[in-house]
Ligand binder design. Structure first.
Ligand code: NDP
Length: 224
């Protein structure tokens, strides 16, 4: 039977590439985004716009649109890294810190909670985090807001993996690599296609036995 994958933040970058590859692999893809791009519209996938992961009302509208449809893979990909000043410690940037937390930490958690009724035994949830959320792996300092927001997401992912296990739903906490996208100013070590292909491999490997694993897309297990 055709599997359904829903991806957030799918209009560009890693999310767009996940949609492209999952569609090519035979998934029925529901690509959600705030605003569709021409690149996304060019794919043969279902596009649902006006989905902002920091806006629970838009997520409830998404759930209503889905009706009684089930999701096999929910990939929480949408995220922000911040621009000028967003990672500095300065009282003037507190609002920016909150915004990062709202999108990167609460966004995937609330998305998973609101879409929970579309998940069933056998469904899988992927949280696209960053190894910058690892405390053990931090050897360069800085990036306060981004690191804190992804560390909080990792904590949420671990709890979700424990809480959803008895319902047969597995959760992976996934680092996509250092990827050439808008977020990195197109610097990085890998292109979005290699990252997406690694992320799909990890989602394929994900079971109830390894639920809650913090994985690099290349298969390495990362320290918390
Ligand atoms: P991009 O900046 O290229 O894309 C980010 C995506 O997230 C866009 O589709 C953007 O949509 C969407 N987004 C941002 N805010 C919201 C929101 N409030 N609601 C819905 N969608 C939103 O980044 P990447 O593709 O590189 O990043 C994807 C994920 O991977 C992120 O979670 C990021 O933190 C993570 N990551 C990336 C790394 C890298 O090296 N690139 C490294 C580690 C982690 P819009 O066009 O509407 O802004």
């Amino acid at each position: 039977m055709t599997q359904t994958a829903l991806i957030t933040g799918s209009n560009r970058g890693i999310g767009l590439e996940l949609c492209r590859q999952l569609q090519a692999q035979g998934f029925s893809v529901i690509a959600t985004c705030r605003q569709a791009s021409s690149a996304l519209n060019a794919l043969d996938v279902e596009v649902i716009s006006d989905v902002d992961v920091s806006d629970p009302a838009s997520l409830k509208t998404l759930s209503n649109t889905l009706g009684d449809r089930k999701i096999d893979w929910l990939i929480n990909n949408a995220g922000i890294a911040g621009g000028l000043g967003l990672n500095d410690i300065d009282v003037n940037t507190l609002e920016n810190f909150k915004r990062m937390y709202e999108v990167n930490s609460l966004g995937p958690l609330v998305t998973t909670q609101i879409l929970r009724k579309h998940l069933q035994s056998g469904s899988k949830v992927g949280l696209i985090t960053s190894r910058m959320g690892s405390i053990a792996d931090n050897d360069s300092g800085g990036s306060y807001a981004y690191r804190m927001s992804k560390a909080a997401l990792n904590a949420a992912g671990k709890s979700l993996s424990l809480d959803l296990k008895s319902d047969g739903i597995a959760v992976a906490i996934l680092h996509p690599g250092w990827v050439r996208t808008d977020m990195t100013g197109h610097g990085g070590l890998v292109d979005a296609d290699e990252s997406a292909s690694g992320l799909i491999a990890r989602m394929t490997d994900l079971t109830l036995n390894n639920t809650g694993t913090f994985w690099h897309m290349n298969g390495e297990i990362l320290p918390w």
